[in-house]
Design a protein around this ligand. Structure first.
Ligand SMILES: *Cc1c(COP(=O)(O)O)cnc(C)c1O
Length: 473
């Protein structure tokens, strides 16, 4: 399978090439040159597969440059019951007989759904780097979930180091402890004296220095990575089959969304022939996606207009993976996508309503809703009382919006994107008690901290990276 850019220029190579690439040279995102589909009979053949085997069947058409046996082994090593604390890896739990189901994606190492893809990235990075005899120093910025998922995925990987920036003193106590308690020679936690945007700007500044970047093998694991999107498509299949519907019957999915990576993976599954009816996008107060699907106008928000909410992992003003969706809506026309995205970059609204593309949006299955802090508290409380199930604030955004789009007789699967233990403060506010924590995190705040504090200064950061890497050789 060849990959192309959403901006239409050139050939990006095959899976292993786009895996390590980040943005395409023309600024676009990698997409497969076509999306293969399963026939109804082929889908039936996938119904009984275990997670790792299903992952192989779904991902193989897009990954043809890794030998079959190796890819099978990588996936078996990734999707292990002992890592995801469940035989099924992603169990599906009904919420009473409401027709709503929770798809549990957050039982992995960092308690958020990002583990589902990041754990695979850890395995496949190490494999590809080994074959190419290369190294990778991941530089990232996190306000919470991405950083811990990346660090837990790269633990003990000799060819990979992680330098993770976070805003000093601004993450929740649990999130800080989760990252800073790691004492590993390839993990470097850097608390920056600044806010999350400062951390992101530092990453951009380092990446703008092409010489430094090449010399120190600087790379990323951000949400635009194609391998992450692809790995996330698998659990839509797994959940669909777990519902035990007759062949061809539809299911709807509701996805708490920020960067549009998770729900785009659902769209990929739909395109591959999985009978998904609606893909419900749930936003919080930062409702750019809701705005698009209800008015046809996509208008990004600059950082200073992005609200700080109680579902912080969805506090995003520009959904980076949305470019992939627009590319498919444009009929895989890179020129059109490039023109739209350049307008987006200039802060101009892109409006599709009244154009033929809007019919494509309507036919794509997407609908959207949004919620507020008060909705979130109310939904956490109600789900606890009605179904005896405590959910986190992001999942609550989803459960609330899912109810608005439920159809009689059609199951609605809500993706559980984090465990409540990760967001204790909001859960406490909703139900006046603390959520349970998995045993392994019981006293994590008491563990020794391994992090350093740096000023918000790119030179200081570069010096630190250089010193650490030179110490290692
Ligand atoms: C990252 C994240 C999201 C948003 O997912 P996208 O793929 O960026 O849309 C939602 N909930 C939680 C808990 C997350 O960590």
């Amino acid at each position: 399978m060849k990959y192309v850019s959403t901006r239409g220029t050139g050939d990006l190579g095959r899976f292993s090439d786009v895996l390590l690439m980040g943005l395409a040279p023309d600024g676009g995102l990698a997409m497969p040159e076509r999306i293969p589909t399963f026939t109804a009979a082929e889908l039936e053949g996938l119904r009984q597969l275990k997670y790792a085997d299903l992952a192989f069947a779904v991902m193989r058409p897009f990954i043809d440059d890794i030998p079959e046996e190796d890819l099978k082994r990588l996936l078996k090593d990734t999707y292990r019951p002992d890592v995801f604390h469940s035989q099924d890896i992603t169990p599906v739990t009904p919420l009473g007989n409401s027709g709503l189901y929770l798809l549990e994606l957050s039982n992995g190492p960092s308690l958020a759904f990002k583990d589902m893809a990041m754990q695979f990235l850890g395995q496949v990075f190490e494999y590809v780097l080994e074959h190419r005899d290369e190294r990778l120093n991941i530089l990232g910025a996190t306000s919470g979930d991405t950083g811990s998922a990346a660090e837990y995925a790269m633990l003990g990987k000799p060819r990979v180091n992680v330098f993770m920036l976070s805003p000093h003193g601004r993450m929740s106590a649990f999130q800080q402890a989760q990252m800073f308690s790691l004492n590993e020679p390839n993990i470097f936690n850097i608390a920056v004296e600044g806010v999350f945007d400062d951390c992101q700007d530092l990453v951009k500044e380092v990446n703008a220095d092409a010489e430094f970047k090449a010399r120190y093998d600087i790379g990323a694991v951000n949400s635009i990575n194609w391998a992450r999107v692809l790995a996330q498509a698998v659990y839509y299949f797994k959940a669909y089959f777990a519902l035990g519907l007759p062949a061809g019957a539809e299911a709807d999915f509701c996805v708490p969304s920020g960067n549009f990576g998770n729900v785009f993976a659902g769209y990929l599954a739909r395109k591959m022939g999985l009978p998904i009816g609606q893909l419900v996008v749930a936003s919080n107060e930062n409702d750019v996606l809701y705005e698009f699907f209800s008015t046809g106008a996509y208008h990004v928000r600059p950082g200073e207009r992005v609200a700080k909410t109680s579902s912080p992992s969805m506090d995003i003003g520009k959904a980076s993976n949305f470019e992939r969706y627009l590319y498919l809506i444009a009929g895989e026309n890179g020129e059109q996508t490039g023109a739209w995205w350049r307008a987006v970059g200039r802060g101009e609204p892109v409006s599709l309503s009244g154009t033929p593309h809007w019919d494509g949006v309507k036919a794509s299955g997407f609908v959207a809703g949004r919620s507020t802090h008060a909705d979130r508290l109310q939904t956490i409380r109600q789900t606890d009382q009605q179904f005896g199930r405590l959910i986190d604030p992001h999942t609550a955004d989803g459960v609330l919006v899912a109810q608005q789009f439920q159809r009689p007789g059609v199951p609605m699967v809500c993706l559980e994107t984090a465990l409540p233990a990760k967001f204790e403060e909001t859960v406490q506010e909703a139900v006046q008690r603390q959520p349970d924590r998995p045993e392994r995190f019981r006293d994590i705040e008491k563990a020794d901290r391994h992090s350093i504090v740096l000023p918000n200064d790119v030179q200081a950061l570069k010096t630190y990276i250089r010193e650490q890497l030179e110490k290692k050789v």
